[in-house]
Ligand binder design. Structure first.
Ligand code: GAL
Length: 696
């Protein structure tokens, strides 16, 4: 149900505009540091993230600290009205630290200890590294905790990866002992180790998965990934002890990532667990705009999906911690954002719940790895170039949008994403190696709602389902009894649930359910999947649904119906004319099962029926063609609606109501032409009842 409250993720009542600032690379150039301040004012920058990789500048030798430069940076930023997001420096260590304490260096899965270099590559278990990071964090908190410019803590940078050193092996065994109550038999049973004579008779025999060792026990692989998440969080928790103690009023975040090519959620850590330890979710978005494998609109839809996931993790606005104002240096081809795209993509982030537009980075490095990565300020220091001008435009517009800060995006539709399920699915020997594509499948279901401008939350399994009318849980291969019970309760109480092929197959240990499909699922869906057919990439089948034929590829589930209504049937193969899509009334709700992987048009038509049935509506009805997206944030008193053209052509849109253009303050309505990549942000006032309560 709609909720209009504001949830401020920072104490700021303005949208943050700025980004990673690395003055530590320019300490011998006071002229440049001075120029930075002028340029920041010009481009309406109000927030700088400082110190992300500054450990060597802060502690050049063990126990020798240099904070004077950072003191000045804090004061300088404050003097121009700016705020600081202060990073803890654990993302990269000084060379002296690795040399003196080699245990901080990561060991890879082949059991090779890495040399010093790069970044993001420390052991999460090492007590030396934990001590060192906590100590320097304490000094930072003591020194800057009361500085009026301090806005937020940015802990480390893009946590990820794993370490297989002996310390981690020991920690893993301890973690397992705790999980299995010191009962090795319970572990052997959960991991099904009787297979291939893999039974463990001593905890000491257990090793993390390795390509040169054990990697065939699915339960081990899954528990290892769970351990890696927990150990990373435990490292993080150790980092923030002094921050919580000395600066309890300052919110804490760490920047999350996405896996780039398909822009799917980062796979390495279970962010649904990590989110609970953060005050604010922030993430680094680097979509490959203008790539040669998908349309701009398709990519925009994926950006929408992942934002809706990261926002839903805490059900509050998030921060865009990094993006490029122009190009990156690590895509296969580093194409520049075309004119207008930076503004459009920035507005899209705000539309989906971000309260910031922050860049990597403020000023281009002069040398090394990132010297050609896009930045607000280029090597030539000029302000008359396209990038600086577009950033300035974003900054100017964001100032007009401060009313959006802290506002929500209530949704009645939720799609369920589960990191553990994704790990288990990717690990499973079976189905097809290349086509499981769980996150991509979720995006396929998301498409219909994106195209109809209907807000969606992408939630994880611990969320309360009861606030949604429609819950979509595709390919939920791994599902515990507890989760099945909650899904059942959701439907019994009137919810509509959609599930698909390859769902409800194993429990939380990745052990197959033994009684066929779980009894509760059978009751809820009024049917039972009998077998799953996996197709070769060029194989095709089709499904007949409501008078039309839809192409099917990759997966088809043969279904035996009990009480369900048959909504669609397969058209080919040995299961031709058998049920492919079913629906079943259960309690006060309805449960739908889609047996095969069907083309986009099927999802459009299938969900159109549910949208009508459940009366799911956009916040502002805007008539438009393909590639235009309308997204909204809702304040107690009004809706902020973003009308975005993600195509290379002009688009005509029709607004059925009069609204205020936030950029021009003019009233607009009726037919409007949007240029290529143009975006409108409008304010739609909500009627206020005399008792002062907001209604939709
Ligand atoms: C991020 C990282 C930044 C910078 C950026 C370049 O993943 O956090 O430090 O390297 O990529 O795109």
């Amino acid at each position: 149900m709609p909720r209009y409250e504001r949830t401020y993720t920072t104490q700021a009542n303005f949208i943050l505009h700025g980004g990673d600032y690395n003055p530590d690379q320019w300490l011998d150039r006071p002229d440049i540091l001075q120029a930075d301040l002028e340029l920041m004012k010009l481009s309406h920058i109000n927030t700088l993230t400082v110190g992300v990789f500054a450990w060597s500048a802060l502690e050049p030798e063990e126990g020798v600290y240099r904070f004077e430069w950072l003191d000045k940076v804090f004061d300088d930023i404050y003097s121009i009205g700016g705020r600081v997001i202060l990073a803890t420096p654990s993302g990269a260590r000084p060379a002296w630290l690795s040399k003196k304490y080699p245990e901080v260096l990561r060991v890879n899965a082949e059991r090779v200890r890495q040399l010093h270099g790069g970044r993001h590559n420390h052991c999460f278990t090492s007590s030396v590294y934990r001590e060192k990071t906590q100590h320097i964090n304490r000094l930072l908190a003591e020194r800057y905790g009361d500085h009026p410019a301090l806005l937020m803590w940015h802990v480390s940078n893009e946590y990820g990866g794993e370490c297989h050193c002996n310390l981690c092996q020991e920690a893993f065994r301890e973690w397992l002992k705790k999980k299995y109550n010191h009962d090795l038999d319970a572990l052997n049973a959960a991991w099904w180790t009787s297979f291939w004579s893999h039974t463990y008779t001593d905890w000491a025999q257990i090793e993390s998965p390795s390509p040169i060792g054990e990697h065939t026990i699915h339960g081990l692989n899954l528990d290892w990934k769970r351990f890696v998440t927990d150990q990373t969080i435990s490292f993080f928790e150790n980092e923030i002890v002094p921050l919580r103690e000395l600066t309890p009023h300052i919110p804490i975040t760490t920047n999350f990532m996405a896996d780039t090519h398909d822009l799917i959620p980062f796979q390495g850590l279970d962010y649904s667990k990590f989110a609970k330890h953060l005050d604010v979710i922030s993430w680094d978005a680097y979509p490959a705009w203008h790539n040669d494998w998908e349309s701009t609109a398709d990519l925009a839809m994926k950006v929408g999906f992942i934002n809706d996931l990261y926002r839903s993790l805490k059900q509050q606005p998030f921060l865009l911690m990094e993006c490029t104002p122009s190009l990156v240096n690590w895509h296969k081809v580093n194409k520049a954002k075309r004119p207008g795209m930076h503004f459009l993509s920035s507005m899209q982030m705000i539309a989906h719940g971000s309260d910031s537009i922050l860049y990597f980075q403020w000023r281009k490095s002069r040398g090394s790895f990132e010297k050609f990565h896009g930045a607000v300020v280029d090597h030539d220091n000029r302000t008359d170039n396209r990038v600086f001008q577009e950033v300035t435009k974003v900054g100017k517009m964001l100032k007009k949008m401060s009313g959006i800060v802290g506002t929500s995006r209530p949704a009645e539709v939720a799609i369920l994403y589960d990191w553990e399920n994704n790990w288990a699915l990717n690990d499973v020997q079976g189905f097809a190696a290349e086509t499981k594509r769980y996150p991509q499948t979720l995006v396929q279901h998301y498409r219909a709602f994106w195209e109809h401008d209907i807000p969606v939350d992408v939630i994880t399994k611990e969320h309360d389902f009861s606030r949604y009318r429609l819950l979509i849980a595709p390919m939920l291969y791994l599902v515990s009894e507890e989760l099945i019970a909650r899904l059942k309760e959701f439907v019994a109480n009137g919810g509509t649930l959609v599930m698909t092929y390859i769902s409800g197959i194993v429990d939380e240990h990745d052990l197959a359910y033994l009684t066929g499909w779980h009894q509760d699922l059978r009751e809820m869906f009024g049917m039972e999947p009998i077998e799953t057919d996996t197709l070769y990439p060029n194989d095709r089948n089709s499904v007949h649904y409501r008078g039309r034929s839809y192409e099917l590829k990759d997966y088809a589930t043969v279904i035996k119906v009990q009480t369900a209504t048959i909504e669609g049937v397969y058209e080919e193969d040995f299961y031709a004319n058998t049920p492919a899509v079913t629906s079943n009334q259960y309690g006060k709700g309805q449960a739908y099962y889609i047996g095969g992987r069907l083309e986009d048009q099927f999802h459009r038509d299938f969900y159109q029926v549910l949208m009508e049935k459940l009366n799911l509506r956009p916040i502002l009805f805007v008539k438009h063609g393909k590639g235009v997206s309308v997204q909204a944030r809702q304040a107690p008193e009004c809706d902020y609606v973003f009308i975005m053209n993600f195509t290379e052509e002009k688009q005509t849109v029709v607004l059925e109501e009069k609204v205020k253009n936030l950029f021009t303050d003019k009233e607009i309505g009726g037919e409007i032409i949007l240029d290529k990549y143009e975006v409108l942000v409008v304010e739609k006032k909500r009627e206020i009842h005399s008792n002062n309560k907001s209604i939709k």
